[in-house]
Write a protein that binds this ligand. Structure first.
Ligand code: URP
Ligand code: ZN
Ligand code: ZN
Length: 463
């Protein structure tokens, strides 16, 4: 057999197994996994001695080129996917937004145009639904048939994205029929709005009040409500960017009852806390995203949730806004700070550092959290999310001993600060392949913008 690329001598780590083997790649897919595959049969040989070979990371929550809060997220599909590749992410799922009055198809077409010709890694879309009269329900089915098999609904941001329980229940009932997965931004937006107005009336305008006006109870209440609505509709539900123990307990209770309830958390909730607002001047704006940062003790609860499968996925919610000019739009009024933070590049290194290097869970669980479970939940498995004959050759040659310090001075995201500035990580990609093409080689991007493919996803089948 002839291979385009042979990966030699690596320790293959999947969600299930750890073993030493070679991998032969042909036509963008894994063609053979065996010990001592012949070097002569390959055009290119990559040595993986001393390295792990893991399936490419899958980030199921990104916002590239997204209009939000009066501006647009700073990474587009070119800069964002290149930064993702640097960190070992080979597929992302972004959000196509349906604005009120629009068809769902318009949202999908708009975001397909944003990605086309720019993405350097493979990509797919969820659709954010803001308007769902009965006549539009069939549009959900049509999108599912076109590979957009999940929808995000917001219980927060009144007047922008927030929808009511009736719409949520209708969408969930439709998902129960068409096999889609509903992703839920779970915060009680109406109650938060009252708290925010009170704070502003009291002259509390600094960035930290973004966090102080969004209590954990508002997240827990909405999480429980989302789960209850999904139970009534007979649909699965996936809670996005879960930030606190109160909400985690609601997910755990549901899962203990056997409900198909899932949740992701993000590195910012694992590594940062409300203490990050203790910085001079307006700098706290760098940490304004939603849900907000919590007290430090929640971090350990979230790590335990990841270890014990109460949480199934780590995504980034990458939604970058530059400090200069974008975050600064909210000087004097925290509600005008565009919500979101940059993280697409460092997800794998941060989860490996806090999870595997810190001995909270195994390298197999790390792979499951950043690649396999996202692939399974969002209809990409087994094409992606594992290392098996026939799967896409989306592979990361992972150096478990590489130490780096995260900094805006060296990152590749198009944003002028890092939320994780100064954090030391252990574990980083040495080489990254997308569909058999080398895209990262020892810290250098060697891929091509525009070579990423849109991936049609299958319907939800569970984990
Ligand atoms: O602050 C955030 N998370 N911005 C992105 C939009 C969202 O709610 O996911
Ligand atoms: Zn959200
Ligand atoms: Zn988001």
């Amino acid at each position: 057999m002839q291979f385009d690329t042979l990966i030699q001598g690596g320790t293959i780590v999947t969600a299930a197994d750890t073993y030493v083997s070679d991998i032969g790649i042909a036509d963008g897919r894994i063609a053979a996994i065996a010990s001592a595959l012949p070097r002569e049969a390959a055009r290119q040989v990559l040595s993986a001695q001393g390295l792990y070979v893991i399936p490419g990371g899958i980030d199921v929550h990104t916002h590239l080129d997204m209009p939000f809060g009066g501006t647009t997220s700073a990474d587009d599909f070119e800069s964002g996917t290149i930064a993702a590749a640097h960190g070992g992410t080979t597929t992302l799922i972004d959000f196509a937004i349906q604005y009120k009055g629009q068809t769902l198809r318009t949202a999908f077409d708009t975001w397909m145009k944003k990605a086309d010709g720019r993405a350097a890694i493979d990509y797919a879309f969820h659709c954010i639904v803001t308007d769902l009269p009965d006549a539009r329900l069939e549009e959900m089915d049509a999108l599912v048939r076109d590979g957009v098999a999940s929808f995000k609904l917001f219980m927060a941001y009144p007047g922008v994205f927030m929808v009511d329980d009736g719409l949520i229940f209708k969408a969930m009932s439709q998902a129960a029929r068409n096999g889609a997965l509903i992703c839920m931004h779970a915060e009680n937006g109406s109650a938060i709005d009252v708290i925010v107005r009170r704070a502003l009336a009291e002259g509390k305008t600094a960035p930290k009040y973004h966090a102080l006006t969004r209590p954990t109870t508002a997240e827990a209440e909405a999480t429980a409500r989302a789960i209850a609505l999904a139970e009534m509709a007979g649909a699965p539900v996936y809670i996005v960017h879960l930030s606190c123990n109160d909400a985690l307990e609601k997910v755990r209770e549901a899962r203990d009852r056997g409900l198909p309830a899932y949740a992701e958390t993000c590195p910012q909730y694992l590594f940062l806390s409300i203490e990050n607002f203790d910085v001079p001047g307006f700098e706290g704006a760098k940490y304004v995203f939603t849900p907000p940062l919590r007290e430090k003790w929640h971090q350990e609860k979230l790590w335990a949730g990841l270890a014990h499968d109460d949480l199934q996925v780590v995504s980034t919610d990458h939604c970058p806004f530059c400090y200069k000019e974008q975050k600064e739009m909210g000087k004097g009024d925290f509600t005008k700070i565009p919500n979101g933070g940059p993280g697409i590049e460092h997800r794998l290194s941060l989860v490996y550092t806090g999870g595997v290097a810190a001995r909270r869970f195994s390298a197999n669980r790390f792979v499951e959290l950043v690649s396999t479970a996202p692939a399974k939940l969002f209809g990409l498995y087994p094409r992606k999310g594992t290392i098996a004959v026939g799967s896409d050759a989306d592979l990361v040659l992972w150096d478990p001993n590489k130490e780096e310090t995260i900094s805006a001075a060296t990152h590749h995201m198009r944003v002028d600060y890092s939320m994780f500035e100064g954090i030391k990580v252990k574990g980083a990609p040495r080489q990254v392949l997308v569909a058999g093409r080398l895209v990262i080689d020892n810290g250098k991007f060697v891929g091509k913008a525009g070579s990423g493919r849109f991936v049609k996803r299958n319907t939800y089948t569970g984990l």
